[in-house]
Design a protein around this ligand. Sequence first.
Ligand code: C2E
Ligand code: MG
Ligand code: MG
Ligand code: MG
Length: 278
Amino acid sequence: HAKTRERNSVQFFNKQLSELENQRQKLLGDLRQDLAANRLNMVYQPQYRLADQTLVGVEALIRWEHAEHGFISPDVFIPLAEDNSIANEISRFVVHQVYQDLQQYRLLGNPIERVSINISAVEFNSRMMLDALLMEIESLPNLKQWLQIEITETATLNNLEKSAANIKALKAEGLRFSVDDFGTGYTSLAMLKDLPIDEVKIDRSFIKAMVHETKAKAIVEAIVGMTHGFGISIVAEGIENKEQLDLLKVMGCSEGQGYFLAKPLNVKQLAATVRSGL
Ligand code: C2E
Ligand code: MG
Ligand code: MG
Ligand code: MG
């Protein structure tokens, strides 16, 4: 019967949903535990000036190796954390680990003069969480002068006025502010005009497309030209081959990162790379 079939499929669907919810809760519990036990790690992807390939900074990226499931991407667990307000705990871990890593290898300030960390949308949009993070950073001597905060463009979408106030709070502390995955939102132009931005990072989807799509290429060119005019630094993300690198240089894009230049490295590998002058 249709009615019975319908009821059965609804029951089936509900069962699947609650299993999914159980899995989420289990994963979240594991994340909380591993965070508390300092079992997550940071890796660092070098960023280069494209003209002469000198190192200009690093982006710190979080890594979680789950005891049963192995490596879980931050693209999976960061959104989970955001929904459950442990975003702040993640960032607290990140700033402490970055500080400890770079101090242990004596990299902070020299030769690494810029360290970017990613923070979550919920954190950026909550003044309470943002202030908590600032206090955490403040507690680590000499960190903030080298630190840059990355926030995805879509995180600032909702309210440009509020975003401007939050960026000013970061900048008042001496931190630099970078807009990640730039070009993917709907407010790109308004942001450049109205927000006190230090850096934008061109989303890697444009870098991928620009070598065979004239419109993507035109977008990258426009972003490079505009940021130049506004005195904003620019980093191309996701450079995977020489063709992309060469095109970016021709366009006058000043900085970049990507697997073709260097993969994210653990701090020991980073120290070796930096000391060998690469
Ligand atoms: P994102 O900030 O845009 O980081 C860049 C991502 O691109 C990283 O992935 C990096 O490993 C990857 N990548 C670098 N070069 C290349 C390349 O040439 N090709 C390709 N295909 N990918 C490249 P990852 O580490 O998996 O991070 C994914 C996202 O998770 C990040 O995107 C960021 O939004 C978030 N995330 C990572 N670490 C943290 C963290 O510590 N805190 C927070 N809140 N979010 C983080
Ligand atoms: Mg980033
Ligand atoms: Mg990005
Ligand atoms: Mg991203």
